[in-house]
Design a protein around this ligand. Structure first.
Ligand SMILES: Nc1ncnc2c1ncn2[C@@H]1O[C@H](COP(=O)(O)OP(=O)(O)OP(=O)(O)O)[C@@H](O)[C@H]1O
Length: 253
């Protein structure tokens, strides 16, 4: 199976600080990979280098064999992005946000409108298409951003903590849509703080800390490989959270 994404030794330095220290991995066409790591581990910076909003200090990212730094516009045609900051235009209503994004991909107004209608239906927002952005709940906003990320029929969707802050019901709706996309053959790269989300969605998992990969493997196998029961305990144990937590308990006790 061919790789949709190849990340080769990417490094990101901000002055003297190295936020990402030589990360490499591959994502096969149609597969899903989750990146897990504590706050500040370098997850968002890694994703930003992949979707070409930050240039790597060194290393290379290719999407469908297109070098992202050399041809960002061409690479972006193959991806859809759900960032932490949704950047919805609050001066436009729901469907206008969709159409404005579709036009960036050189769609005619008529096909942009048609695409927007069908994607709003896919995420369950057809009845909200004329609503203003401020009238949407947090879960609806997230679903709108997912719909917006799909306007160019991407082969790869990149999501940065898409369900953080959502209630359980909204998280389930969101997962359900991602599962539908997976079944359609779309590849997914996701960061998340939720072990259950990763176990449900991702074929492979990468745990990073302090800008480095500290564990990686098939989601169903990684915990036992490292002597843990599930992804969440593997993550907590491998990133040293448990010890810190114990220290807090000892201090409080
Ligand atoms: N533009 C920037 N300038 C300087 N330092 C930055 C910049 N962006 C990120 N950093 C630093 O790089 C490190 C990694 O940040 P990043 O946002 O990638 O972490 P993260 O794993 O996504 O965390 P979170 O889960 O909180 O989103 C952090 O220490 C952060 O402060």
């Amino acid at each position: 199976m061919s790789n949709i994404l190849t990340v080769d030794s990417i490094v990101k330095q901000y002055g003297d600080f190295t936020a990402v220290k030589s990360i490499s991995f591959k994502l096969q066409q149609g597969k899903s990979l989750a990146i897990l790591g504590p706050n500040g581990a370098g997850k968002s910076t890694t994703l930003k280098m992949i979707y070409a909003t930050t240039t790597p200090t060194s290393g290379r990212v290719t999407i469908q064999n297109i070098d992202v730094s050399a041809n960002p516009r061409e690479a972006k045609r193959h991806i859809g992005v759900v960032m932490q900051d949704d950047l919805l235009d609050t001066s436009l209503n729901v469907i206008e946000n969709m159409v404005a994004h579709a036009i960036l991909f050189d769609m005619s107004w008529k096909s942009a409108q048609k695409k927007a209608e069908s994607l709003l239906q896919f995420v369950g927002l057809s009845n909200y298409k004329k609503k203003e952005i401020h009238e949407l709940s947090g879960g609806m906003r997230r679903r709108l951003v997912l719909a917006r990320a799909l306007v160019n029929d991407p082969e790869l969707i990149i999501l940065d903590e898409p369900t953080t802050g959502l209630d359980i019901q909204s998280r389930h709706v969101f997962w359900n849509r991602l599962e539908t996309l997976q079944k359609q053959g779309v590849s997914i790269l996701i960061t998340s703080h939720y072990g259950d989300e990763i176990e449900r969605l991702a074929n492979d998992v990468l745990i990073i800390d302090h800008g480095q990969i500290i564990a990686q493997g098939v989601t169903s196998e990684l915990p036992s490989t490292y002597g843990y029961q599930d992804i969440e305990s593997a993550y907590l144990g491998l990133t040293g959270y448990v010890e810190e937590h114990d220290e807090i308990e000892q201090t409080v006790g």
